[in-house]
Design a protein. Structure first.
Length: 318
């Protein structure tokens, strides 16, 4: 429980302090409570105590209880109080973290709803990640429908390029096989990162996945002596999930638009071919018809018989 002292816990509120003073009155033995610097907080300062019991939270010593064997009961009560306060504070921090994450998801979703461009979505994801997680550089790679890896957004230092992903022996050269997010706080000792920029000391990454479909990867780098934590990984994973869903929708929309344009172009070609066919057909039909009409006109002037002339007149007039 960093930043918490035994002194503040004991004197937290008038009622709490009075309870501990009453407990001291219950025990007839001499008892002393010291803080982490061995300053007296409660009871008496015993120069040569029979026992000295540490009061801890996690692995941190907050102080000691001095006295004889009977003072163990008081030490256990004090330790129980410290443990409960630690649990209460941890729960409060978890609630605040959860509330923060909910706000992040909501705000990020609102931003993503305003665009249907994969590049813009990637830029927004990096902007959000760099705002929440310390990094000196970051990138987003996408895998296209031809399984080619494309760098679509980057910020800060340019630690990686598309060419870096073309090496199959390189860890990030196989991003399609990455299944989960990971923190690497010592890049120098990780044999998978042999060709990584030597200035980078730590990194954290999360896959852009929708169900079982791998869309790409978001990576944050740091060349400063910063250790990424589980909370950072959780935040980046949350951003990656949101971004992946938006990118998939954007790619689907782009695909639908391209298919619609292709259909529209195909219809235009069909209309053009139809017009050409009708024009050619009309020409082909008119050529022999013109010959028939000319022959009929010639026969009309030289033939006898009203019935036949009537037939020829119908041919000519049509």
């Amino acid at each position: 429980m960093p930043g918490v002292s035994l002194k503040r816990l004991i004197k937290k509120g008038k009622e709490t302090h009075e309870i501990f003073m009453d407990l001291l009155d219950i025990f007839p033995e001499r008892i002393g409570v010291l803080d982490e610097n061995e300053n007296l907080l409660l009871g008496v300062n015993i120069e040569d105590p029979e026992i000295k019991i540490p009061v801890k939270t996690d692995d941190e010593v907050l102080g000691w209880v001095l006295g004889d064997k009977q003072s163990k009961v008081f030490a256990r009560l004090l330790q129980q109080y410290v443990t409960k306060e630690n649990e209460r504070k941890t729960l409060g921090q978890e609630v605040l973290t959860m509330y923060r994450e909910i706000n992040i998801i909501y705000d990020f979703s609102e931003k993503l709803a305003k665009t249907i461009d994969p590049e813009n979505i990637a830029e927004m994801a990096l902007e959000e990640a760099n705002h929440l997680i310390k990094a000196t550089g970051s990138v987003v790679f996408l895998i296209d429908k031809n399984d080619q890896k494309k760098l679509i957004s980057e910020s800060g230092q340019g630690y990686m390029t598309e060419a870096d992903l073309s090496y199959p022996d390189y860890f990030f050269g196989n991003i399609e096989n990455i299944e989960s997010a990971e923190i690497i706080n010592d890049t120098k000792s990780d044999s998978r990162l042999g060709s990584l920029d030597s200035k980078i000391t730590s990194l954290v990454y999360a896959p852009l996945k929708v169900k079982q479909r791998m869309l790409g990867l978001i990576i944050l780098f740091n060349e400063e002596k910063t250790l990424y934590r589980a909370a950072d990984l959780k935040l980046l994973t949350t951003i990656a999930l949101q971004a992946a869903s938006a990118i998939e929708s954007a790619l689907l929309y782009k695909e639908i638009i391209e298919e619609a344009k292709s259909r529209e172009e195909a219809l235009r070609r069909v209309d053009k071919l139809k017009d050409e066919f009708l024009a050619n057909t009309s020409h082909e039909l008119r050529t022999p018809l013109n010959g028939i009409i000319g022959l009929s006109e010639s026969l009309f002037d030289n033939i006898q018989g009203e019935g036949l002339k009537e037939v020829l007149s119908m041919i000519i007039s049509s």
